[in-house]
Design a protein around this ligand. Structure first.
Ligand code: NIG
Ligand code: FE
Length: 413
Protein backbone atom coordinates (compact mmCIF):
# COMPACT_ATOMS: atom_id res chain seq x y z
CA UNK A 1 0.00 0.00 0.00
CA UNK A 2 1.22 3.50 -0.80
CA UNK A 3 1.91 5.95 2.02
CA UNK A 4 0.02 9.23 2.06
CA UNK A 5 2.01 12.46 1.87
CA UNK A 6 1.42 16.16 2.35
CA UNK A 7 4.98 17.23 1.47
CA UNK A 8 7.41 15.93 -1.14
CA UNK A 9 10.96 17.10 -1.72
CA UNK A 10 12.08 15.99 -5.19
CA UNK A 11 15.13 16.57 -7.43
CA UNK A 12 17.53 15.88 -4.56
CA UNK A 13 21.03 15.43 -6.01
CA UNK A 14 22.42 13.82 -2.83
CA UNK A 15 20.23 12.86 0.12
CA UNK A 16 22.07 12.06 3.37
CA UNK A 17 19.57 10.20 5.51
CA UNK A 18 22.12 9.45 8.33
CA UNK A 19 20.33 6.16 8.87
CA UNK A 20 23.53 4.18 9.21
CA UNK A 21 23.35 2.64 5.75
CA UNK A 22 25.84 3.59 3.05
CA UNK A 23 29.39 4.91 3.30
CA UNK A 24 30.25 5.39 6.98
CA UNK A 25 26.65 5.79 8.05
CA UNK A 26 25.57 8.86 6.09
CA UNK A 27 23.03 6.81 4.12
CA UNK A 28 23.81 8.57 0.84
CA UNK A 29 21.16 8.25 -1.88
CA UNK A 30 21.88 9.96 -5.20
CA UNK A 31 18.97 11.31 -7.28
CA UNK A 32 16.60 10.99 -4.36
CA UNK A 33 13.21 12.12 -3.11
CA UNK A 34 11.70 12.41 0.35
CA UNK A 35 8.09 12.43 1.46
CA UNK A 36 6.52 13.60 4.72
CA UNK A 37 3.11 13.73 6.35
CA UNK A 38 2.10 15.76 9.42
CA UNK A 39 5.71 16.87 9.94
CA UNK A 40 7.21 13.38 9.91
CA UNK A 41 9.18 11.62 7.23
CA UNK A 42 7.14 8.81 5.69
CA UNK A 43 9.48 7.73 2.91
CA UNK A 44 12.96 8.49 1.54
CA UNK A 45 14.58 6.79 -1.41
CA UNK A 46 15.50 6.87 -5.05
CA UNK A 47 13.47 9.43 -7.04
CA UNK A 48 12.41 6.69 -9.49
CA UNK A 49 10.63 4.84 -6.69
CA UNK A 50 8.66 7.82 -5.30
CA UNK A 51 5.37 7.17 -7.06
CA UNK A 52 5.55 3.42 -6.39
CA UNK A 53 5.69 4.04 -2.64
CA UNK A 54 3.86 7.31 -2.07
CA UNK A 55 0.46 8.69 -2.97
CA UNK A 56 0.47 12.38 -3.84
CA UNK A 57 -2.83 14.22 -3.64
CA UNK A 58 -3.80 17.66 -4.87
CA UNK A 59 -2.94 18.93 -1.39
CA UNK A 60 0.61 17.56 -1.40
CA UNK A 61 3.13 20.39 -1.49
CA UNK A 62 5.84 19.40 -3.96
CA UNK A 63 9.17 21.24 -3.72
CA UNK A 64 12.22 20.83 -5.96
CA UNK A 65 15.64 20.76 -4.29
CA UNK A 66 17.13 21.69 -7.67
CA UNK A 67 19.67 18.84 -7.73
CA UNK A 68 21.27 20.02 -4.49
CA UNK A 69 22.35 18.30 -1.25
CA UNK A 70 19.76 17.56 1.45
CA UNK A 71 20.57 16.51 5.05
CA UNK A 72 18.77 16.36 8.39
CA UNK A 73 19.08 19.56 10.41
CA UNK A 74 21.99 19.64 12.85
CA UNK A 75 21.41 18.59 16.45
CA UNK A 76 23.46 20.91 18.67
CA UNK A 77 23.47 18.84 21.86
CA UNK A 78 25.49 21.22 24.09
CA UNK A 79 24.86 24.97 24.40
CA UNK A 80 24.64 27.60 27.17
CA UNK A 81 22.35 30.28 25.64
CA UNK A 82 20.86 31.72 28.88
CA UNK A 83 23.11 34.59 29.89
CA UNK A 84 22.82 38.29 30.64
CA UNK A 85 25.83 39.70 28.79
CA UNK A 86 28.68 38.78 26.48
CA UNK A 87 32.35 38.68 27.61
CA UNK A 88 34.41 40.10 24.77
CA UNK A 89 36.50 41.87 27.45
CA UNK A 90 37.82 38.49 28.61
CA UNK A 91 38.36 37.40 25.02
CA UNK A 92 40.59 40.46 24.52
CA UNK A 93 42.42 39.70 27.80
CA UNK A 94 43.19 36.19 26.54
CA UNK A 95 44.37 37.61 23.22
CA UNK A 96 46.78 39.78 25.24
CA UNK A 97 48.18 36.74 27.08
CA UNK A 98 45.88 35.91 30.00
CA UNK A 99 44.71 32.32 30.47
CA UNK A 100 41.05 31.22 30.76
CA UNK A 101 41.60 29.59 34.15
CA UNK A 102 43.53 32.63 35.48
CA UNK A 103 40.67 34.91 34.45
CA UNK A 104 38.17 32.59 36.19
CA UNK A 105 40.27 32.43 39.36
CA UNK A 106 40.31 36.25 39.46
CA UNK A 107 36.48 36.41 39.55
CA UNK A 108 35.93 36.56 35.81
CA UNK A 109 34.70 33.59 33.82
CA UNK A 110 31.47 31.88 34.82
CA UNK A 111 31.04 34.04 37.98
CA UNK A 112 31.27 37.15 35.83
CA UNK A 113 28.35 35.85 33.78
CA UNK A 114 26.48 34.90 36.97
CA UNK A 115 26.60 38.52 38.18
CA UNK A 116 25.35 39.79 34.84
CA UNK A 117 22.66 37.10 34.51
CA UNK A 118 21.19 37.64 37.98
CA UNK A 119 20.82 41.35 37.24
CA UNK A 120 19.48 40.92 33.69
CA UNK A 121 15.78 41.40 32.98
CA UNK A 122 13.67 38.53 31.65
CA UNK A 123 13.38 40.29 28.32
CA UNK A 124 17.17 40.58 27.93
CA UNK A 125 17.58 36.87 28.67
CA UNK A 126 14.76 35.96 26.31
CA UNK A 127 16.00 38.17 23.46
CA UNK A 128 19.63 36.94 23.80
CA UNK A 129 18.48 33.35 23.53
CA UNK A 130 16.14 34.01 20.61
CA UNK A 131 18.77 36.01 18.75
CA UNK A 132 21.29 33.17 18.90
CA UNK A 133 18.68 30.52 18.05
CA UNK A 134 17.91 32.44 14.89
CA UNK A 135 21.62 32.51 13.95
CA UNK A 136 21.76 28.75 14.67
CA UNK A 137 18.78 28.21 12.38
CA UNK A 138 20.55 30.04 9.56
CA UNK A 139 23.44 27.60 10.13
CA UNK A 140 21.13 24.60 9.70
CA UNK A 141 20.55 23.71 13.38
CA UNK A 142 17.03 22.42 14.07
CA UNK A 143 17.44 20.87 17.56
CA UNK A 144 19.22 22.67 20.40
CA UNK A 145 20.01 21.57 23.93
CA UNK A 146 19.97 24.64 26.22
CA UNK A 147 21.64 24.71 29.64
CA UNK A 148 20.95 27.06 32.50
CA UNK A 149 23.89 27.59 34.87
CA UNK A 150 24.60 31.32 34.99
CA UNK A 151 22.18 31.91 37.87
CA UNK A 152 23.46 29.50 40.53
CA UNK A 153 20.59 30.35 42.87
CA UNK A 154 17.04 29.05 43.01
CA UNK A 155 15.40 32.23 41.70
CA UNK A 156 17.64 32.80 38.71
CA UNK A 157 17.95 29.15 37.70
CA UNK A 158 14.16 28.76 37.74
CA UNK A 159 13.79 32.04 35.86
CA UNK A 160 16.25 30.96 33.14
CA UNK A 161 14.62 27.57 32.62
CA UNK A 162 11.14 29.12 32.54
CA UNK A 163 12.39 31.55 29.89
CA UNK A 164 13.89 28.64 27.93
CA UNK A 165 10.45 27.00 28.02
CA UNK A 166 8.77 30.18 26.78
CA UNK A 167 11.34 30.62 24.00
CA UNK A 168 10.88 26.97 22.97
CA UNK A 169 7.27 27.82 22.15
CA UNK A 170 8.29 30.83 20.04
CA UNK A 171 11.04 29.39 17.80
CA UNK A 172 10.82 26.71 15.11
CA UNK A 173 13.54 24.50 16.58
CA UNK A 174 13.11 21.76 19.18
CA UNK A 175 14.69 22.87 22.47
CA UNK A 176 15.92 20.40 25.11
CA UNK A 177 16.41 22.17 28.47
CA UNK A 178 19.16 21.13 30.91
CA UNK A 179 19.56 22.32 34.50
CA UNK A 180 23.21 23.18 35.16
CA UNK A 181 23.11 24.69 38.64
CA UNK A 182 26.35 22.77 39.20
CA UNK A 183 28.25 24.91 36.70
CA UNK A 184 30.39 26.60 39.38
CA UNK A 185 30.35 27.25 43.14
CA UNK A 186 28.59 30.62 43.65
CA UNK A 187 30.03 33.31 45.95
CA UNK A 188 27.44 32.50 48.66
CA UNK A 189 28.98 29.03 49.00
CA UNK A 190 32.64 30.01 48.43
CA UNK A 191 34.95 27.14 49.49
CA UNK A 192 31.88 25.07 50.50
CA UNK A 193 31.19 23.06 47.32
CA UNK A 194 29.70 20.11 49.22
CA UNK A 195 27.16 22.37 50.91
CA UNK A 196 26.28 23.84 47.53
CA UNK A 197 25.74 20.33 46.12
CA UNK A 198 23.46 19.59 49.12
CA UNK A 199 21.53 22.81 48.39
CA UNK A 200 21.09 21.79 44.74
CA UNK A 201 19.98 18.26 45.61
CA UNK A 202 17.62 19.25 48.42
CA UNK A 203 16.26 22.63 47.35
CA UNK A 204 16.74 23.33 43.67
CA UNK A 205 16.49 20.00 41.83
CA UNK A 206 13.08 19.18 43.41
CA UNK A 207 11.65 22.53 42.27
CA UNK A 208 12.98 22.02 38.73
CA UNK A 209 11.48 18.52 38.70
CA UNK A 210 8.10 19.68 40.07
CA UNK A 211 7.85 22.34 37.39
CA UNK A 212 9.01 19.91 34.67
CA UNK A 213 11.31 22.54 33.17
CA UNK A 214 14.45 20.45 32.54
CA UNK A 215 15.01 16.91 31.32
CA UNK A 216 18.73 16.74 32.08
CA UNK A 217 21.09 17.90 34.79
CA UNK A 218 24.74 18.65 34.09
CA UNK A 219 27.77 19.27 36.32
CA UNK A 220 31.21 20.79 35.65
CA UNK A 221 33.67 18.17 36.96
CA UNK A 222 37.04 19.96 36.83
CA UNK A 223 40.02 20.82 38.99
CA UNK A 224 38.97 23.85 41.09
CA UNK A 225 35.24 23.35 40.42
CA UNK A 226 33.57 20.01 41.37
CA UNK A 227 35.55 16.84 42.14
CA UNK A 228 34.70 13.43 40.66
CA UNK A 229 33.32 12.45 44.09
CA UNK A 230 31.05 15.51 44.21
CA UNK A 231 29.96 14.88 40.61
CA UNK A 232 29.22 11.23 41.39
CA UNK A 233 27.14 12.22 44.39
CA UNK A 234 25.20 14.90 42.52
CA UNK A 235 24.51 12.70 39.50
CA UNK A 236 23.36 9.73 41.62
CA UNK A 237 20.96 11.94 43.60
CA UNK A 238 19.68 13.57 40.41
CA UNK A 239 19.11 10.18 38.74
CA UNK A 240 17.12 9.09 41.79
CA UNK A 241 15.00 12.23 41.37
CA UNK A 242 14.24 11.22 37.78
CA UNK A 243 16.64 13.38 35.78
CA UNK A 244 18.73 12.20 32.85
CA UNK A 245 22.42 13.00 33.19
CA UNK A 246 25.18 14.93 31.45
CA UNK A 247 28.62 16.00 32.61
CA UNK A 248 31.36 18.45 31.59
CA UNK A 249 34.31 16.08 31.88
CA UNK A 250 38.09 16.10 31.43
CA UNK A 251 38.08 19.52 29.78
CA UNK A 252 41.34 21.01 31.08
CA UNK A 253 42.66 18.12 33.21
CA UNK A 254 42.14 14.37 33.24
CA UNK A 255 40.18 14.13 36.49
CA UNK A 256 38.44 10.91 35.48
CA UNK A 257 35.20 12.69 34.62
CA UNK A 258 34.52 10.34 31.70
CA UNK A 259 34.57 7.38 34.11
CA UNK A 260 32.16 9.24 36.42
CA UNK A 261 29.82 9.62 33.44
CA UNK A 262 29.99 5.95 32.45
CA UNK A 263 29.51 4.72 36.01
CA UNK A 264 26.56 7.07 36.54
CA UNK A 265 24.92 5.96 33.26
CA UNK A 266 25.08 9.49 31.84
CA UNK A 267 23.69 10.08 28.36
CA UNK A 268 26.89 11.93 27.45
CA UNK A 269 30.29 13.06 28.70
CA UNK A 270 31.21 16.37 27.09
CA UNK A 271 34.49 18.17 26.20
CA UNK A 272 37.04 15.34 26.87
CA UNK A 273 40.03 17.37 25.64
CA UNK A 274 42.15 15.62 28.29
CA UNK A 275 40.49 12.17 28.49
CA UNK A 276 42.94 9.35 29.27
CA UNK A 277 43.51 6.43 26.89
CA UNK A 278 42.06 4.12 29.53
CA UNK A 279 38.84 6.13 29.73
CA UNK A 280 38.61 6.27 25.93
CA UNK A 281 38.28 2.47 26.05
CA UNK A 282 35.83 2.70 28.95
CA UNK A 283 33.49 5.15 27.23
CA UNK A 284 33.77 3.23 23.95
CA UNK A 285 32.41 0.14 25.69
CA UNK A 286 29.49 2.02 27.28
CA UNK A 287 26.20 3.61 26.25
CA UNK A 288 27.53 7.09 27.11
CA UNK A 289 28.01 9.34 24.08
CA UNK A 290 31.38 11.15 23.86
CA UNK A 291 30.42 14.71 22.92
CA UNK A 292 33.28 16.75 21.48
CA UNK A 293 33.29 20.55 21.35
CA UNK A 294 36.25 21.50 19.17
CA UNK A 295 35.14 25.13 18.96
CA UNK A 296 36.08 25.52 22.63
CA UNK A 297 39.60 24.18 22.01
CA UNK A 298 39.98 26.64 19.15
CA UNK A 299 38.59 29.59 21.12
CA UNK A 300 40.72 28.91 24.22
CA UNK A 301 43.82 27.79 22.31
CA UNK A 302 43.80 24.35 23.98
CA UNK A 303 44.66 21.00 22.40
CA UNK A 304 41.86 19.58 20.25
CA UNK A 305 39.92 16.57 21.60
CA UNK A 306 41.13 13.10 20.52
CA UNK A 307 38.37 12.45 17.98
CA UNK A 308 40.23 9.84 15.95
CA UNK A 309 41.16 7.82 19.03
CA UNK A 310 37.56 7.81 20.27
CA UNK A 311 36.23 6.84 16.84
CA UNK A 312 38.81 4.07 16.42
CA UNK A 313 37.95 2.73 19.87
CA UNK A 314 34.32 2.46 18.74
CA UNK A 315 32.80 5.25 20.86
CA UNK A 316 29.60 6.95 19.75
CA UNK A 317 30.87 10.49 19.17
CA UNK A 318 28.70 13.62 18.92
CA UNK A 319 29.78 17.10 17.89
CA UNK A 320 28.30 20.29 19.35
CA UNK A 321 29.11 23.99 19.58
CA UNK A 322 29.27 24.58 23.39
CA UNK A 323 27.87 28.01 22.47
CA UNK A 324 28.40 30.26 25.56
CA UNK A 325 29.60 33.79 26.32
CA UNK A 326 32.98 32.72 27.77
CA UNK A 327 34.76 29.75 26.28
CA UNK A 328 33.12 29.47 22.84
CA UNK A 329 30.99 32.25 21.38
CA UNK A 330 30.12 30.21 18.29
CA UNK A 331 26.65 29.34 16.97
CA UNK A 332 27.81 27.49 13.89
CA UNK A 333 27.57 23.70 13.56
CA UNK A 334 29.06 23.81 10.03
CA UNK A 335 32.21 25.38 11.50
CA UNK A 336 32.32 22.68 14.21
CA UNK A 337 32.06 20.00 11.50
CA UNK A 338 34.97 21.65 9.65
CA UNK A 339 37.07 21.73 12.84
CA UNK A 340 36.35 18.05 13.51
CA UNK A 341 37.56 17.16 10.02
CA UNK A 342 40.55 19.53 9.91
CA UNK A 343 41.78 19.17 13.51
CA UNK A 344 40.30 16.05 15.16
CA UNK A 345 40.82 13.34 12.55
CA UNK A 346 37.19 12.82 11.49
CA UNK A 347 36.27 11.87 7.94
CA UNK A 348 33.65 14.16 6.39
CA UNK A 349 31.07 11.38 6.77
CA UNK A 350 31.92 10.74 10.43
CA UNK A 351 31.69 14.44 11.25
CA UNK A 352 28.27 14.81 9.61
CA UNK A 353 26.86 11.74 11.40
CA UNK A 354 28.29 13.04 14.69
CA UNK A 355 26.61 16.44 14.20
CA UNK A 356 23.20 14.94 13.44
CA UNK A 357 22.27 11.35 14.39
CA UNK A 358 24.80 11.08 17.22
CA UNK A 359 23.85 14.49 18.63
CA UNK A 360 20.30 13.13 18.80
CA UNK A 361 21.59 10.05 20.65
CA UNK A 362 23.27 12.34 23.19
CA UNK A 363 19.84 13.84 23.89
CA UNK A 364 17.90 10.58 24.00
CA UNK A 365 16.27 11.55 20.69
CA UNK A 366 17.67 8.75 18.57
CA UNK A 367 15.12 7.64 15.99
CA UNK A 368 13.34 10.99 16.11
CA UNK A 369 15.96 13.65 15.30
CA UNK A 370 19.12 13.82 13.19
CA UNK A 371 17.97 11.13 10.74
CA UNK A 372 15.66 11.31 7.72
CA UNK A 373 13.98 7.90 7.89
CA UNK A 374 10.27 7.03 8.23
CA UNK A 375 8.95 8.12 11.62
CA UNK A 376 11.58 10.84 12.16
CA UNK A 377 10.73 14.53 12.33
CA UNK A 378 11.00 16.22 8.95
CA UNK A 379 13.76 18.63 10.08
CA UNK A 380 15.57 19.19 6.80
CA UNK A 381 18.31 21.39 5.32
CA UNK A 382 18.68 22.05 1.59
CA UNK A 383 22.29 23.08 0.94
CA UNK A 384 23.45 25.35 -1.83
CA UNK A 385 25.88 22.74 -3.14
CA UNK A 386 25.79 19.51 -5.14
CA UNK A 387 28.49 17.53 -3.26
CA UNK A 388 27.99 16.99 0.49
CA UNK A 389 31.73 17.23 1.12
CA UNK A 390 31.38 20.96 0.38
CA UNK A 391 29.65 21.40 3.77
CA UNK A 392 32.87 21.30 5.89
CA UNK A 393 35.07 22.28 2.95
CA UNK A 394 33.51 25.75 2.74
CA UNK A 395 35.15 26.94 5.95
CA UNK A 396 33.26 29.55 7.94
CA UNK A 397 30.67 30.21 5.26
CA UNK A 398 27.77 27.77 5.47
CA UNK A 399 25.88 27.13 2.26
CA UNK A 400 22.51 26.68 3.97
CA UNK A 401 19.75 27.51 1.47
CA UNK A 402 16.48 26.36 3.07
CA UNK A 403 15.58 24.91 6.48
CA UNK A 404 12.42 22.97 7.39
CA UNK A 405 11.33 22.08 10.91
CA UNK A 406 8.63 19.39 11.14
CA UNK A 407 7.97 19.80 7.41
CA UNK A 408 7.46 23.58 7.55
CA UNK A 409 9.78 26.00 5.79
CA UNK A 410 11.27 28.17 8.55
CA UNK A 411 14.31 29.74 6.88
CA UNK A 412 15.54 30.49 3.39
CA UNK A 413 18.24 32.73 1.96
O1 NIG B 1 31.30 24.41 28.62
N1 NIG B 1 33.32 24.45 30.95
C1 NIG B 1 32.42 24.99 31.57
N2 NIG B 1 31.44 25.72 31.10
C2 NIG B 1 31.44 26.38 29.84
C3 NIG B 1 32.16 27.68 29.90
C4 NIG B 1 31.37 28.70 30.50
C5 NIG B 1 31.93 30.09 30.54
O2 NIG B 1 33.14 30.37 30.42
O3 NIG B 1 31.06 30.92 30.70
C6 NIG B 1 31.96 25.42 28.81
O4 NIG B 1 32.98 25.62 28.16
FE1 FE C 1 29.68 23.63 28.10
Amino acid sequence: MKVRTDFVLKDIGQLLTMDGVGAAGVGLIADAALAAKDGKVVWAGSADALETHCSLSGNTEVVSAGGRVVTPGFVDSHTHPLFGATRQDEFAMRAAGADYEEISAAGGGILNSVKRTRSASDSVLRENMKHHLSIMLSNGTTTVEAKSGYGLDLTTELRCLEIAGDVAGEVPQTIVPTFMGAHEVPGEFKDRPDEYIDYLINEVNPRIKDQGIAEYVDIFCEKGVFTPEQATRYLAASAAQGFSLKIHADEFYDTGGAAVAVNAGAASADHLLSISDENIQLIAGSNTVATLLPGTALFLNKPFPPGRKLLDAGATVALATDFNPGSCFCDSMPLIVSLAVCQCGFTVEEALVSATANGAAALGLGGRKGVLAPGCDADIVIWDCVDFRTIPYHLGNPDVAVVYCAGLKVYST
